[in-house]
Write a protein that binds this ligand. Sequence first.
Ligand SMILES: [Zn+2]
Length: 460
Amino acid sequence: MSLLIRQGEIVTESERYVADIFCEGETITRIDKNIPSTAGIEVIEAEGKYVFPGFIDPHVHIYLPFMGTFAKDTHATASQAALIGGTTTFIEMICPNRSDRPLEAFELWLGKAQGKSACDFSFHMGVTRYDAGAESDFRDIVQRGVASFKVFLAYKGALGVTDEELYKTLSLAKQLGVITTAHCENADLISALQQKLLAEGKTEPKYHYWSRPPFVEAEGVHHLLAFAGATGAHVYIVHTSCEGALNMAIAGARRGLQVWVETLIQYLLCDQTDAEKPDFEGAKFVMSPPLRSKHNQDVLWDGLLSGTIATLGSDHAPFDFKDQKEMGRSDFTKIPNGIPALEDRVNLFFTYGVQKGRIDLHRFVNAASTQAAKLFGLFPRKGAIQIGSDADLVIYDPTYRGKISAKTHHMNLDYNAFEGMELEGRPHIVTVRGKIAVRDGQFVGDPSRGKFLQREPGHF
Ligand SMILES: [Zn+2]
């Protein structure tokens, strides 16, 4: 059935105007004033609401064997939670073990998602080892539509790569025209600081911060950028949490390096004191890099406003408080890392960014949707409201008022780090390629309609 969205205020990264949108099949086919409705067309009245391009989360973990356990969401639960929150596409990290064959890991992750996701999805290919066999697999994986890599400078011995492997990965990325996303923290420093803290009997969640202070992250960014400079590769720094790391990236960009920065909603709204909460409550807020002191929040908001920070992700990594976070009760290094935010990212960004006057609507759309589409080769199919774009639309109600709670969220998780926070806005209707998937906080779509989005390399 065709869709007609009437009288909404269309907001993209650069435009804002009232018009009707007509969607036929999976795409937007007409944008005009007063498009007549005819029989057999589903009409959505959007007067007083914004119409945004579907939001894109550039950094999520769903299938994730990590720190001796598995992340809690399935592609079914995660994709429906994403859609309810306005995210119509996510890019998941494939995180193989060093001993796994990359092509088999790709098949495993693809198999977990295919036919089980309600929203569209893509992947970043984790490079956790580099040798001749792996290189051949990476070439095949890029050919099959995964036009980005992920490297970890942290998690030594598990996911982390050596400098030689980093150099080879970035050289291949440059040759193939793909971007490399990177977790930037100095693995050796972390390991030394963890051992020192534990030896001093400092085992509580709050010491997680002191095992990875800001200089550990800033050094990681500096380190990555030396290799980006040596290879000419395009790099994207995931989950940037603090001023020191951001400044390092800005300095690299000024030197002419091709570098982009992602931050997370967690770093904008939570801080170090959350992870210091007593009775192990702080474990809910353990992630890497850690939550920072509050002054970093202003720096990150300013970066989003000025564009020195390109994107806002969630780094969704759901581990239950009971049973899973509990694994680290007597040793903070064993707390599974992650603060899940896939469902709430967009609503929190709108509420505390747009409604509080910290960023304008265009920057909001750019950082939460369009910029990711451009960087990762999905634009203008995604991240745009144009004729020919996929009809992924979020008809957004800025007058909605509500509160976040684990009791009502849709992620498969026993807590919510944003528990009790007020929301001023949420999606009224969300469409995926021309079909309604969400109405007022309820998933009403086809749970297996999500498609694997193949991305072409070489769009730089
Ligand atoms: Zn991550």
